[in-house]
Design a protein around this ligand. Structure first.
Ligand SMILES: [Zn+2]
Length: 502
């Protein structure tokens, strides 16, 4: 295990916990889902085998079902098209629907939004379906994904795909007796943050962090498209930051900079959505208000020799930062700063708790999230320069006491350019319940203006139910700038409705 190696390094450097914080902090997470052992499908007494013949979809509840089938076309109920027209006596039946799109439906049309599987399943539930069985009679349509992303939450009825012979039998019979069981199990795993502490008996503590997880043999997030699996070593992302963490610990342990204590954290679960830092900030073994600031190293190994520019994100999170930048330099290296405290790495979890943050970054490259991000491409001297810069930074503010925090105008945290609008929230990717939990809000953006709060769980946006990240993003895609709609959130046990303008 990577953390055992790291643990040895922490000990070697002298980050012994001795009656204080230190070492392993386990946290649970869902590493995707997989098929259970009880999946079955029977159509008019004929059994089908789980696998190619049928499989439950990620939207499925873990339940058995039984009922007569009814063919509902594509199961779409939309303005201008209703596959339920003329159908009665639906409750308790097994709804059979085509997985594809009706002829002539443009995937980008307004109608296509009603054809999204989640919407069709929700409509079926509303009409009283005992289960939904998707079939595929269109040779041009691909069968649905067997991937069980942890970003999709289950509905409350079984949802299975019945392919090939099962499709044929169901279509031929028109009404069949269909029964079966769907079982998808969560792959609950344990991640480990690693903590080490230098106790200078100071009032405040500086957190220095870097994530040490990466993509293994290519989990979700990998950009590698090769045939065979390959190990993603992540030399830059983020062995470079992890090495920097250990080196800074070694340097600070014996330094004269004793104005603060130092808490070193190697985060896990970063690549799956900041899971480790998200857990840590909620279970941190020192008071959050005693954290002076947080420095994050994520990808500091690829300073370009021909154009050595260190990127520092988060410069707007304290007025002290720019003052410090003006006082320090490292020969042979330039710096470039950005303001926002929100970005795709662990400092975001601290910024959202009103802690000044900086993210040190040597820039993107073509090997990002690919097996080619390997050791031979690391600029070791460049990394040394970055660490030198960080050490100088710590030195010049060593005697400043607790530095002030300022909120930044965030560049879009939901970054995906395909959205025409934004709510201006940071979703909690670790949230496993129904809906989209808000972890933080951007100043002056629609969600904050509407009065939403961190901790609110968005369950509805306009007419769209929000059950998970996927349906949230889908719902968001239906609005354009200037649209007004209602958003319903769960706040504790209450349901709160707010008007929101994009
Ligand atoms: Zn990273």
């Amino acid at each position: 295990m990577a953390y055992e190696y790291l643990l040895r390094e922490f000990r070697t450097v002298g980050l012994l916990p001795k009656g204080s914080v230190g070492y392993l902090q386990p946290f649970p997470f869902n590493a995707g889902s997989f098929l259970g052992t009880t999946n079955s499908l029977k159509v008019n007494k004929k059994d089908f085998v789980v696998g190619d013949q049928f499989y439950p979809l990620a939207y499925s509840a873990n339940k058995s079902f039984s009922g007569t089938s009814i063919l509902i076309g594509y199961g779409i109920s939309a303005p201008g098209r209703n596959d339920y027209d003329g159908l009665t006596d639906l409750a308790g039946k097994v709804f059979v629907m085509e997985i594809g799109y009706p002829e002539g439906m443009d995937a980008h049309s307004k109608m296509a939004e009603y054809a999204d599987l989640r919407t069709r399943i929700d409509t079926a539930i509303f009409k009283g379906a005992a289960a939904v069985v998707f079939i595929n009679t269109d040779k041009k349509t691909e069968n649905p994904s067997k991937k069980y992303s942890n970003r999709i939450t289950a509905s409350n009825i079984p949802v299975v795909f019945a392919g090939g012979d099962a499709t044929a039998l169901i279509v031929e019979a028109k009404t069949a007796l269909i029964s079966g069981e769907a079982e998808i199990l969560k792959n609950e795993k344990t991640g480990h943050n690693m903590l080490g502490f230098i106790d200078n008996k100071a009032e405040n503590t500086i957190v220095i962090g870097a994530h040490y997880d990466h993509l293994g043999y290519g989990i979700e997030g990998s950009l590698f498209r090769g045939e065979n699996k390959e190990i993603h070593n992540g030399a830059d992302d983020n062995a470079s930051g992890t090495a920097g963490l250990i080196e800074l610990a070694r340097l600070l342990k014996n330094s004269a900079y004793k104005g603060n204590n130092y808490l070193f954290i190697a985060f896990s679960g970063e690549e799956m959505g900041l899971l480790g830092s998200n857990h840590l900030i909620k279970h941190i073994p020192i008071p959050v208000e005693k954290i002076n600031y947080m420095l994050n190293m994520d990808m500091i190994g690829r300073l370009k020799p021909e154009d050595p520019v260190l990127i520092i994100n988060g410069a707007g999170t304290s007025p002290e930062w720019n003052k410090a930048f003006n006082l320090i330099s490292v020969e042979g290296m330039k710096t470039k700063t950005t303001e926002s405290g929100v970005g795709p790495s662990d400092h975001t979890s601290f910024y959202l708790k009103d802690i000044p943050v900086l993210h040190f970054f040597s820039g993107t490259h073509a090997d990002y999230h690919k097996p080619e991000d390997d050791e031979n491409k690391i600029n070791y001297l460049g990394e040394k320069m970055i660490l030198e810069y960080m050490l100088k930074m710590i030195a010049v503010i060593d005697n400043k006491g607790k530095i002030a925090f300022t909120k930044t105008k965030d560049s879009d945290s939901e970054d995906a350019p395909r959205f025409k609008v934004t709510l201006g929230v940071v979703p909690d990717y670790a949230f496993d319940g129904e809906g989209m939990r808000i972890d933080g809000l951007s100043d002056g953006k629609p969600a904050q203006k509407a009065g939403l709060l961190a901790g609110d769980i968005v369950v509805q946006l306009g007419e769209n139910k929000v059950t998970d990240m996927m349906s949230y993003m889908k719902a968001l895609g239906r609005f354009v700038k200037g649209d007004k709609t209602n958003v319903i959130v769960k706040r504790g046990t209450e349901s709160v409705t707010k008007e929101i303008e994009f």
